[in-house]
Design a protein around this ligand. Structure first.
Ligand SMILES: Cc1cc2nc3c(=O)[nH]c(=O)nc-3n(C[C@H](O)[C@H](O)[C@H](O)COP(=O)(O)OP(=O)(O)OC[C@H]3O[C@@H](n4cnc5c(N)ncnc54)[C@H](O)[C@@H]3O)c2cc1C
Length: 403
């Protein structure tokens, strides 16, 4: 049976990519994206250029408004409140119903709330969408005191941007240094130290209570310390938005379970991006990818699978982060059994390569080394064995080793 209509629920990067790839692959039927925000936009700038006022709303749009008309992609502004797997469609919060021959879930994630007294105060900030960024931008004035709970990728980026905007920033994390699983110990330590150099106060600890005060907020840590500030932002990760799917009886487990085609337990429904989690043929579950490229890759795969075309091949997973004028990239897995080789510039680690016991590269991370990571990805994807001493030598361009 030919497919005459496809409905994408969620217009973030993953949902947008599905629509873009469906058209690029020749799908000519009806195609709609439902999202409360209207025109899909990119999220990474929200903690960087958009927060800093260097990009505006048009600057973060994934495509200009004309693109949707030219490609006959209907944008339905609204929030889905119910998924109907029998009728194969959705019901919106305003009561509208939309049916399609295939559904794609692309609802992303929501900021993980801090599970402590006061963690759910309405005045505690989070950063996931443009409205969150607008609120944060308005409050981040020179001299204001901002406490950020969580020094992972987003917490660190907001700390850097807020400092640039003149805020007095305190960054709290129970782990010292944070980000070791993403970039390895040495780079994580160097990156964390950059916060101190930028004038950010680092606190190693765990908040146990947040309360409102006359002028702002007060946090209490597990060792009894208390910190007063104007605003608190929590950045401790996301929870996948799977409530709709769960209520409809689709299989979820800390994410919407999908196969290698991004197909859910209902063969007419697909899921992509931050909310999707791959279940391998042997039943084992992958970690959810919560990065920009993963959203694009899963969107591209779903489009190909829906049209029963050959699936695109994606390399090892990749992410980037920007803070304090430096650019961080990571590829593959820095955590498997094996050993890490460092590349130094003077005393500073600039790249880390994680090697399996048989010498294969499993993962790599670098600071200001985009070309190194591109080459490392090639080495990982092709299973090229490179001598550790060459990896450690900053005089050897990695691309020479990736042939
Ligand atoms: C501030 C920030 C900075 C980031 N920086 C980086 C970075 O530097 N590098 C990197 O690799 N990654 C970064 N990321 C991660 C990356 O942006 C995400 O992985 C990516 O946006 C995921 O795309 P998605 O489409 O799956 O989800 P989202 O972008 O969250 O989109 C999901 C959409 O679904 C909509 N939706 C949810 N529920 C419903 C419903 N019931 N009905 C209709 N619509 C619904 C939401 O409104 C949203 O628009 C960053 C993320 C954030 C928030």
């Amino acid at each position: 049976m030919s497919i005459e209509s496809i409905l994408v629920i969620g217009g973030g990067l993953a949902g947008f990519t599905v629509a873009q790839n469906l058209r690029a692959r020749g799908y000519a039927g009806a195609l709609s994206i439902i999202d409360p925000a209207g025109i899909p936009y990119d999220r990474p700038p929200l903690s960087k250029a958009y927060l800093l006022g260097q990009k505006d709303t048009a600057g973060i749009a994934l495509a200009p408004a004309e693109w949707y008309a030219e490609h006959r992609v209907e944008l339905i502004r609204g929030t889905v409140r119910k998924l109907d797997t029998e009728y194969l469609g959705v019901e919106l919060a305003d009561g509208r119903r939309v049916h399609a021959d295939r559904l794609v879930l692309a609802t992303g994630g929501s900021p993980r709330p801090l599970p402590i007294p006061g963690g759910d105060l309405e005045t505690v900030l989070a950063l996931r969408n443009k409205e969150d960024a607008d609120v944060l931008r308005e409050k981040t004035t020179p001299g204001m005191r901002l406490v950020i709970v969580g020094a992972g990728l987003i917490g660190a980026e907001v700390a850097s941007s807020a400092r640039t905007l003149g805020a007095e920033v305190t960054l709290i994390d129970p782990v010292d240094p944070p980000l070791v699983p993403a970039v390895g110990q040495a780079l994580a330590r160097r990156l964390h130290a950059m916060h101190l150099d930028a004038g950010i106060t680092l606190v190693h600890g765990t908040p146990v209570d947040i309360s409102k005060t006359t002028h702002g907020h007060s946090l209490i840590l597990d060792d009894g310390r208390s910190i007063d500030c104007d605003e608190v932002l929590v950045g401790i990760g996301i929870v996948p938005n799977t409530a709709l799917a769960q209520a409809a009886g689709l299989e979820t487990e800390n994410g919407m379970l999908v196969d290698e085609n991004q197909r859910t337990s209902n063969p007419l429904i697909y899921a992509v991006g931050d909310m999707a989690r791959t279940r391998n043929p042997d039943g084992s579950l992958e970690r959810r990818g919560e990065h920009w490229e993963y959203a694009m890759n899963t969107g591209a795969t779903a489009a190909a699978a829906i049209l029963e075309q050959e699936l695109p091949v994606h390399g090892a997973s990749w992410f980037w982060s920007d803070r304090h004028g430096t650019h961080v990239e990571g590829v593959g897995d820095m955590n498997g059994v094996g050993a890490t080789v460092l590349r130094l510039a003077g005393e500073d680690p600039i790249a880390a390569f994680h090697l399996a016991e048989d010498g294969r590269m499993l993962g790599a991370a670098s600071i200001d080394g985009g070309l190194t990571i591109r080459a490392a990805r090639r080495i990982i994807d092709r299973g090229i064995i490179v001598p550790p001493e060459s990896l450690a030598d900053p005089g050897i361009a990695l691309k020479k080793l990736a042939r």
